[in-house]
Design a protein around this ligand. Structure first.
Ligand code: NI
Length: 174
């Protein structure tokens, strides 16, 4: 397992639409393991493959509480097949937008169909934090970031801040 470098805003890679995985083979499982390793190291509770530069429809999650046993979850080619009318608000962050948090409103409950790391089709009904995380990560597979769900004013501010920071990083590298 390898910890991979994270892709950070405003890198255009984050806006790519990821493609389905055709085969769940050893290479796919290695990708899942690298993603989990990278997520735990960050530390974070969710990661999409595109955040380590791989445009494939795979995401990993672990929403277990601190002190509880780790429960790593792998979702391949996930699809939201139902959403509740009821909505909920969570303060979200993203490993690709470090140290920025904002409240986002989303459906409170969703049903997701996906393949697990053994390639078996599964369906999960999620609510609470798991529902929010799944929607956040599935957004990543479509090139959507959580800042797309906040006001344009706030979004422009955070993009400006990260664009400036990325230019400074570039200057230091020279
Ligand atoms: Ni994210």
């Amino acid at each position: 397992m390898t910890i991979k470098p994270l892709i950070i805003l405003p890198d255009p890679i984050l806006r790519q639409v990821s493609q389905p995985l055709e085969a769940i083979n050893d290479e796919a499982r290695r990708l899942a393991d690298d993603m989990l390793e990278t997520m735990y190291d960050a530390p974070g509770i969710g990661l999409a493959a595109i955040q380590i530069g791989v445009p494939r429809r795979m995401l990993v999650l672990d929403v277990s509480k601190e002190g509880e046993e780790k429960t790593p979850l792998v979702f391949i080619n996930p699809e939201i097949i139902a959403s509740s009318d009821q909505r909920s608000v969570y303060e979200e962050g993203c490993l690709s937008i470090p140290d920025y948090y904002a409240e986002v409103e989303r459906p409170a409950g969703i049903t997701v169909r996906y393949l697990d790391r053994d390639g078996r089709e599964q369906t999960i009904e999620a609510d609470g934090l798991l529902a929010t995380c799944l929607q956040h990560e599935i957004d990543h597979l479509n090139g959507v970031l959580f800042i797309d769900h906040i006001s344009k004013l706030k979004r422009d501010m955070v993009i400006r801040k990260f664009t400036k920071a990325s230019k400074t990083r570039g200057a230091k590298a020279i």
